[in-house]
Design a binder for this molecule. Structure first.
Ligand code: BGC
Length: 306
């Protein structure tokens, strides 16, 4: 029998049900993670977004890229398993400016790399932050908590948040905190530590600033599961990664084979720009200028260890 290492549903209905499930396996856009106060100013104009997370906008709004129908086409020319999705997000959709044409392709290589490539172009200046919201449990989608998974994140700093999970603007060193995953630690080792940031997010749900040498594909994170020996390495061209421990899962969503998806039953590795960047001019910019090509790649490299 196959072992599913990501959470998901057996049919489309699972993804379109109400209340909406929390982005299982979804492409997130136009803006991954939160925009504080659900508004931002660009070229002197203020844009208002959906408040779908308290006072803030999360993952593109009520009807983000996870809720729309994409065109799909297999691109077999490379000889690899490959599928390409495209979508036209119209000017004003979910409050964002500009017609944005976006493409996302998934390629499974012969080395067990799942390569996700994003490209986009807009006819007006806009903001963009795209990610993939897969929930991984390397023991299996229904195997219970991921607290024994062992994690490394290639980051010296992270962005602390306020009560609404919006970055305060501080770039904080991970050193001496439960956020230091520069050496491998189990997810659960420090998740219950007395730490203001862990309390605010009910666990890990933060943006780590990746240590980078340049702009290419570089090592971001590694997760291994001592039980199954399965390993994922994550490489990306993005400057940051949201590591989230499924703190808001509570068993109410029944996924593949009708299995309940329990609290901390999976983790996400969401490569991205920093949350709320449009309201933080000192963060790496998420502005996409009219006619400029957006390009981003993330690889999930699957392997096994003894
Ligand atoms: C966010 C979480 C949110 C989750 C699912 C993550 O990217 O950081 O706060 O609950 O997505 O909605």
């Amino acid at each position: 029998l196959p072992v599913y290492v990501v959470m998901g549903f057996d049919s489309l209905h699972g993804y379109t049900q109400f209340p909406p499930p929390p982005y299982f396996g979804a492409t997130i856009g136009r803006y991954a993670n939160r925009i504080g106060g659900a508004k931002f100013t660009l070229d002197g104009k203020t844009y208002t977004l959906d408040k779908n997370d308290g006072a803030n906008s999360l993952h593109g709004g009520f009807h983000g890229f996870d809720k729309v129908m994409w065109k799909a086409k297999p691109a077999v020319a490379t000889g690899l398993q490959n599928i390409e999705f495209s979508y036209l997000s119209k000017d004003g959709e979910e409050g964002y400016p500009g017609n944005l044409t976006v493409m996302v392709s998934y390629t499974l290589t012969n080395d067990n790399d799942l390569r996700i490539h994003y490209s986009a172009i807009a006819d007006q200046d806009t903001v963009i932050n795209l990610t993939n919201h897969s929930y991984f449990n390397l023991s299996g989608h229904d195997a219970g908590e991921i607290l024994d998974h062992v994690l490394t994140i290639n980051a010296d700093r992270f962005t602390p948040v306020d009560g609404g999970l919006i970055p305060t603007g501080e770039l904080r060193k991970v050193e001496g905190t439960p956020f230091d995953f520069r050496q491998p630690h189990s997810v659960g080792e420090r998740i219950g530590a007395k730490d203001e940031q862990l309390t605010l997010a009910s666990g890990y749900d933060h943006n780590w600033i990746l240590n980078r040498k340049g702009t290419g594909l570089e090592f971001a994170a590694r997760v291994s599961d001592p039980k199954s020996g399965r390993v994922i390495e994550c490489l990306t061209t993005e400057p940051a990664i949201q590591f989230y421990t499924g703190n808001f899962l509570d068993g109410s969503f029944k996924g593949k084979d009708g299995k309940p998806y329990v609290h901390r039953g999976a983790l996400t590795l969401e490569t991205q720009h920093y949350p709320d960047s449009p309201n933080h001019p000192d963060f790496p910019t998420t502005t996409l200028k009219a006619g400029q090509q957006f390009d981003s790649t993330t690889v999930f490299r699957f392997s096994t260890q003894q």
